[in-house]
Design a protein around this ligand. Structure first.
Ligand SMILES: [Zn+2]
Ligand SMILES: [Zn+2]
Ligand SMILES: [Zn+2]
Ligand SMILES: [Zn+2]
Length: 390
């Protein structure tokens, strides 16, 4: 755990966040700004049988996972992982079998209350979750919060249930602040609460990327961030239209995004930009009609024949195929990277840098390169992305 080169700020009306130091040159792309162990984490439903509950490694064919004799539920790679987990697991072992029957966000809250029941200090002023926002005003009555908590309360030992107001706040804090934890193939396998990283505010034009080593999170910059500038993380898919992103954010995090991208209404049109068949300049779709294009601002070309429309349709279709086949990730990152590079070669012929399809393919290529530790390549994609998202 440690924070490098970023500081917490608190501004009236804006709230709290992280920014680079006002002194110095800012941060270069690829700079590690946060490494953090989660306060608590839980495997997603369906992943608990074949992953180590401590280091989250997948079970190997030649080595069966070790099962905790106490609960016959927690599984570990070996005695070392079991030993490392013990401090936390001995608080929850008696109720762990029941916890694993719950949906993952309730598992996570359940693990926390078992732990805090034993380590009382963690619920007082030293509660690592003290600073997290719980969005109580928005949650009251929504999502059937009380019925979910009631369900959780029936599944755990009675003595660990905290007072109801605290229980509700904990529910809010965990559901609004948890991060998905992905494995080396970028597949989500667990969720965790990271009190430091939770201080990063959202922007649809974020400047960081999070990767994981087991449950440990590393947050790096992927573009240059000037001195005193805020560091952001994107909570939701970047390559989606403004309406879609804002709906997602409102539903999950209870705010209407006011970032530069969301306030830029032209952006959605620009996300469908194609290349002029004559000069490759950016040609915008006609706002009135979906199937026609405006005159090229560079060469004034304005004839878009059937062949042109066909090529656009084929490129969009190609990108769509690549994007919807999520399971391809299981073929490994090298494969995914290659796959996306091939796709870019094709769609680059007709779709412009600003086009949402190009951006989404680039985001995946960026993540794949980052996941492979190919930082030079990742940063190249990052620069291209930055131009597209600008
Ligand atoms: Zn392990
Ligand atoms: Zn156990
Ligand atoms: Zn936004
Ligand atoms: Zn042109």
């Amino acid at each position: 755990m440690g924070r490098y080169q970023v500081e917490i700020f608190l501004e009236p009306g804006k709230g709290r966040g992280l920014r680079t130091s006002r002194f110095g040159k800012g941060l270069e792309p690829g700079t590690l700004i946060i490494t953090e162990r989660p306060y608590c984490y839980a495997l997603l439903n369906g992943e608990e049988e074949n992953h180590c509950h401590y280091c989250l490694a997948e079970e190997r064919k030649d080595q069966k996972l070790l099962v905790c004799p106490g609960c016959a539920t927690a599984r570990y790679c070996n005695e070392q992982c079991q030993k490392n987990a013990e401090l936390d697991h001995r608080c929850e072992c008696r109720g762990y079998r029941q916890l694993m029957l719950l949906p993952f966000h309730l598992r996570l809250i359940g693990r926390i209350i078992y732990r805090q029941h034993v380590r009382k200090l963690e619920t007082g002023p030293l509660d690592p979750l003290n600073d997290l926002c719980s969005h109580m005003e928005d949650l009251t009555g929504s999502f059937g919060m009380d019925s979910q908590l009631g369900y959780l309360a029936r599944m755990v030992d009675k003595d660990v249930i905290p007072n109801w107001a605290y229980f509700q706040r904990l529910f809010g804090k965990v559901t609004c602040n948890c991060f998905g934890i992905s494995n080396s193939e970028l597949k989500d396998i667990a969720v965790g609460v990271y009190p430091q990283a939770a201080m990063l505010n959202h922007s649809c034009r974020s400047n960081t990327i999070a990767t994981f080593q087991g449950p440990n999170m590393e947050v790096r910059t992927f573009t240059h961030i000037g001195p005193g500038e805020e560091v952001f993380h994107a909570y939701v898919q970047k390559g989606a239209t403004t309406d879609r992103r804002r709906d997602d954010l409102m539903e999950k995090y209870f705010f209407l995004c006011q970032c530069a991208d969301c306030l830029n209404l032209d952006r959605d049109l620009r996300m469908r930009t194609v290349k002029c068949p004559n000069c490759e300049g950016p040609v915008l779709p006609n706002p009135e009609s979906k199937s026609t294009y405006e005159k090229c601002p560079r060469c004034e070309h304005d004839e878009f024949d059937e062949d042109f429309h066909d090529k656009i349709d084929t490129a969009v279709q190609y990108a769509d195929n690549v994007l919807t086949k999520e399971r391809r990730w299981c073929n490994g990152l090298e494969y995914e990277l290659q796959f996306r590079q091939n796709c870019l070669l094709e769609i680059d012929k007709v779709l412009h840098e600003d086009n949402v399809n190009t951006i989404r393919i680039l985001v995946g290529a960026f993540h794949a390169a980052a996941g492979l530790g190919e930082w030079t390549q990742a940063i190249d994609w990052g620069h291209r992305l930055e131009r597209g998202l600008q």
